[in-house]
Design a protein around this ligand. Structure first.
Ligand code: NAP
Length: 287
């Protein structure tokens, strides 16, 4: 990589940023397209986030991704917020335009495209989302916008579950949202009535790969969509069980690629080479 005074800079703000795989993914896309760009990681403590974001236009940085734990805080520092980032209440991509900070949430697009490109049609379905944090909020908005009729949110904290479920109606007035208590009987009947289950908790994520799946494996039914937003490991216990039982399993890796691809396009105005990005991401994960 030949960095000069003319090189356009983009990057990721996280805390710590060292664990992010976005530099590998974006720099592979940059190299593939032969752009004089460079994608850098920046570790920014939460209390310094606003200062760091405000400095981006002054430094000539064109845009950044924002990752854990800064996505919610970043929203407050934006000059403009592009829907649905306002609904999700989190910004994962910032574009600096004319000195202004424009905030996007490309997790919703990443989740949606990871399903539509497989030909999944969720219109009229009942979807159960496990967890009520940032990833769950993106999933609820995406599911409602994809035409799900009912989006249920199972959460340990009832108020958080209700707030996240409420996003379904806000995202698509025809969609109903409801909170489900995180206990066996309620979860079991929700799974029995659902066409799709989305794990938006970290249960089963590396290094806890042998932890029991978030729902008992024998609750899964042939034909149901089972989406695990976790991408390390690529095949979680939940996905392995879904595969064994004849469900439609979908892992989180493709969503990660496609949220990055959407950010790349927002900054560069170019179609993102998502297959190149996915290959780089898989290599980084294997490493
Ligand atoms: P988060 O904001 O911390 O939310 C996690 C949610 O899971 C919370 O509602 C939490 O409930 C719940 N939870 C955690 N442990 C639980 C348990 N043992 N039992 C029941 N509920 C539990 O995290 P996040 O940012 O939403 O991320 C969630 C997962 O999605 C992570 O694995 C992350 O890697 C993945 N993710 C993937 C992508 C992608 O592109 N594929 C994008 C974003 C996130 P409490 O509040 O009660 O703890």
């Amino acid at each position: 990589m030949n960095i000069s005074g003319r090189t356009t800079l983009v990057g990721v703000l996280g805390y710590p940023a060292g664990r992010s795989l976005s530099p590998q993914m974006h720099n592979a896309a940059i190299e593939h397209l032969g752009l004089d760009w460079c994608y850098l990681p920046f570790s920014v403590a939460p209390e310094n986030l606003e200062q760091a974001l405000r400095a981006l236009p002054a430094l000539g940085i064109v845009g950044v991704n924002v990752t854990i734990p800064l996505k919610e805080r970043a929203l407050r520092a934006m000059d403009e917020v592009v829907p649905p980032a306002n609904l999700v209440a989190a910004v994962n991509t910032v574009h600096c335009r004319d000195g202004k900070l424009i905030g996007y949430n490309t997790d919703v697009e990443g989740f949606t495209r990871s399903l539509t490109e497989r030909g999944e049609d969720l219109s009229g379905c009942t979807a159960l989302v496990l967890g009520a944090g940032g990833a769950a909020r993106a999933a609820v908005v995406a599911l409602a916008q994809m035409g799900a009729a009912r989006v249920w949110v199972a959460a340990r904290r009832r108020a958080q579950g209700a707030r996240t479920a409420e996003l379904a109606r806000q995202a698509a007035p025809g969609a109903q949202g409801a909170a489900i208590v995180w206990e066996d009987a309620a979860l079991r009947s929700a799974v029995a009535a659902a066409d799709a289950v989305v794990n938006a908790t970290p249960i089963g994520m590396h290094p806890d790969v042998d932890a029991p799946a978030p729902i008992p494996e024998d609750w899964l039914r042939r034909g149901m969509l089972v989406y695990d937003m976790i991408y390390t490991p690529a095949v979680t216990r939940l996905l392995a069980a879904a595969r064994e039982r004849g469900c439609r399993p979908v892992g989180g890796l493709r969503m990660l690629v496609l949220q990055g691809a959407a950010a790349f396009t927002a900054w560069t105005g170019r179609a993102a080479p998502d297959e190149v990005m996915e290959r780089a991401l898989r290599q980084a994960l294997e490493g």
